[in-house]
Design a protein around this ligand. Structure first.
Ligand code: UD1
Length: 424
């Protein structure tokens, strides 16, 4: 059983260049299917979710080749199938993007319901509602969504909540719909803008991405092109919080500071000193952190994907903090594991009441999902003694070489192929 072993209490110091964004990359790759021509994608992170997307694309006859460590060549001209296997679809959440990409270009797709982190019910009804409004027939049989359309026609689509996945998926299909499509209450996340920018580069006509109203004028086909994936605000935020909890001094480079405004604001509230440049942020932690209130929200609010990590930080802050989760029903599965490390957390509905400061002490804990795993790493970096984290495959889905990169900042962290004997 692979695990991560951390000997805590080493302050992180130094610089780290942030990789391409996971959630943007997994949307940009299916755009290359919609393109139907050769695409070259740069700044692709080397993470499991990307490897799964590539495997899924290759299984349907797309040629994918690694040109350099972070550059992918994708040729979807001669795709042989528009049917994805259940195993490949369930590897990750973003497999739902094959629906919009293939429905748009081929007017048909068969994609099993997606997998991904278990954060409670994660329906895709808005995606299907959007495809139906564009004229597609959507049926779900034996867990597979079957989409078909003679032709797609532009429509007015209102999303009941600003779902990132539904916005990008509907956008990909609507690019090929005759006439005009209006997506209202659209998600405004940076990766929605990234997917729209790439689609536009390939010949699409999308206006308003990044606002609540997206207007799309259909085109008959797209061409090939090159694109660079935006830097990952969640990876950057994770290293910023890791710097804060170790009272370290870390500069995250190759980022877009605007995408991290709420994270910087909250870290400042805890007393951390944040300096900002054009494409970098420096975080200096302090010994006695102040508590703060966190309410997750859609962009530009505090990202739900950094909620577990900041909860770990607040467990060592001096006072009572409240962390309220407003996006996913069950994003507190990590709480029991953080408590093993010494955190004092009580749940009150969707709010975690965190009382600090607590002296965290190393223990064996299990990563219940990707960002929960990141929270445990952050807590382990602060904890006295040895922390052993199991189920680390969750971390590999979204962080490239997490241990190596933390080691380069001074952390004592290693990956072991089996549990250290004291933990067995
Ligand atoms: C994406 C991200 C995930 C992030 C989340 C919110 C990817 C691959 N994943 O997930 O990392 O945590 O955005 O920023 O980009 N909903 C419905 N019906 C739908 C779609 C969504 O009820 O058809 C609900 C969800 O249950 C959730 C909320 O809307 O409560 C937001 O979901 P959404 O933005 O779609 O998140 P994901 O695309 O799953």
């Amino acid at each position: 059983m692979e695990c991560i072993v951390i000997n805590g209490q080493n302050p992180l110091r130094g610089k780290i260049s942030i990789n391409g964004a996971k959630n943007a990359a997994v949307a940009i790759l299916p755009v290359a299917i919609a393109a139907g021509d050769v695409c070259i994608i740069d700044n692709v992170p080397q993470i499991e979710d990307v490897a799964c997307m590539v495997e899924a694309m290759e299984s349907m006859g797309v040629i994918c080749a690694e040109m350099t460590k972070h550059t992918l060549y994708i040729d979807a001209r001669n795709m042989t199938s528009q049917t994805l296997s259940e195993r490949l679809a369930q590897n990750l959440r973003a497999s739902y993007y094959f629906m919009g990409a293939m429905l748009g270009r081929f007017k048909r797709a068969e994609v099993p319901l997606p997998g991904g982190c278990d954060l409670g019910a994660r329906p895709i009804d808005y995606h299907l509602k959007g495809f139906t409004a564009l004229g597609a027939t959507c049926t779900t049989e034996h867990g597979t969504v079957k989409l078909h359309a003679e032709k797609l026609t532009g429509a007015n689509i209102y999303l009941d909540c600003p779902s990132v996945g539904a916005t990008i998926n509907i956008m990909m299909a609507a690019v090929f719909a005759e006439g005009k499509t209006l997506i209202e209450n659209a998600a405004k996340e940076p990766h929605v803008v990234d997917a729209a920018s790439f689609l536009n580069k390939l010949g699409a006509k999308i206006h308003g991405a990044g606002t609540a109203t997206i207007r799309i004028t259909g085109v008959p086909a797209l061409g090939g092109g090159e694109y660079t994936v935006l830097p990952d605000p969640i990876e950057a935020g994770t290293y910023m919080i890791a710097a804060a909890i170790t009272a370290g001094d870390v500069t995250v480079e190759n980022i877009i500071p605007k995408h991290l405004e709420t994270v910087s604001a909250k870290l400042r509230e805890t007393g951390c000193i944040i300096e900002e440049g054009e494409d970098w942020l420096n975080v200096k932690g302090i010994e006695s952190l102040r508590p703060c209130e966190i309410k997750t929200a859609y962009y530009p609010g505090f990202p739900t994907d950094l909620q577990p990590q900041i909860a770990a930080l607040l467990s060592v802050a001096n006072g009572i903090s409240h962390v309220t989760e407003n996006v996913f029903e069950q994003r507190f599965r990590y709480v029991g594991e953080l408590k093993r490390l010494g955190a004092h957390i009580k749940m009150a509905g969707r709010t975690a009441v965190i009382t600090g400061p607590r002296l965290l002490t190393g223990a064996q804990v299990s990563a219940t999902d990707l960002r929960a795993g990141a929270a445990l790493v952050i807590a382990g970096l602060n904890a006295k003694g040895q922390t052993v984290i199991t189920n680390v495959e969750h971390l590999d889905r979204g962080y490239e070489d997490l241990e190596g990169r933390l080691r380069s900042l001074g952390a004592d962290i290693t990956r072991c192929s089996q549990l250290p004997s004291a933990s067995q």
